[in-house]
Design a protein around this ligand. Sequence first.
Ligand SMILES: C[S@@+](CC[C@H](N)C(=O)[O-])C[C@H]1O[C@@H](n2cnc3c(N)ncnc32)[C@H](O)[C@@H]1O
Length: 254
Amino acid sequence: MSTRDWDAATYHQISAPQQAWAREQLERLELRGDEVVCDAGCGSGKVTAMLAELVPNGRVYAVDVAPSMVEHTQALLGERVRAFCQDLTELSLPEPVDAIFSNATFHWIADHAKLFAALAGALKPGGQLVAQCGGFGNIDAFRILADEVAATGEFAPYFTDWHGPWNYARADITAERLEAAGFIDIQTWLEPRPTVIEEPESFVRTVCLVRHLDLLPEELHESFIRAVLARSGTPLTLDYVRLNIVARRGGEGR
Ligand SMILES: C[S@@+](CC[C@H](N)C(=O)[O-])C[C@H]1O[C@@H](n2cnc3c(N)ncnc32)[C@H](O)[C@@H]1O
């Protein structure tokens, strides 16, 4: 689990790629409009707002482990949503939900078996899981560059025990884990999504390098970002690979 917080206000401004992916995923949900739904890893609330539009007569729960994200989502959506600060591996909602949606979040969670068991436990029997996260091979080239910079000069002492927190899972292993957690009608697949980043400095500071920067003193943040971007080429194009997940919780009620 990552207990580190995020810069919710900046994330809200620069997360256009994540919003574009979410818009596509939301089309995979089958909703009448009166369901109880959960945005798992809600971030700053922009995607939660899109989800809420799909259930005008339903209820929306939003969950994130980062306090700043939860506050931002609650402030953005007011009474339309109830936002909770929780680790998704220990998800506990006020009632069973019809659908769980999640975008760009599961790769931040090391234990997918525990995650999927918690999601299954939060769903009604027959309830939908539609999710997308970073998958196997996600931004490999950028991460290799960042690790090379981290291993040099003044940065190196701060990264002696560095292991990135990301869990970029394969599609077949993910399907097995979902089945073990009690899901049925499972579809999982990887999808390359190379993406040109419009505001590279803010984007890598807030998203791709956020956990690297946690380890560095403030006075080295700018030089680290500059050094990584100098090696990355212009325009910055990240070789995103997304892992798509569509499944239902087994049991009655479909
Ligand atoms: C890249 S953001 C995606 C936010 C939003 N879903 C979107 O598409 O814009 C990843 C989010 O996952 C959250 N997160 C990471 N690990 C988590 C965990 N174990 N439980 C709940 N949320 C987690 C982070 O705090 C962050 O808000």
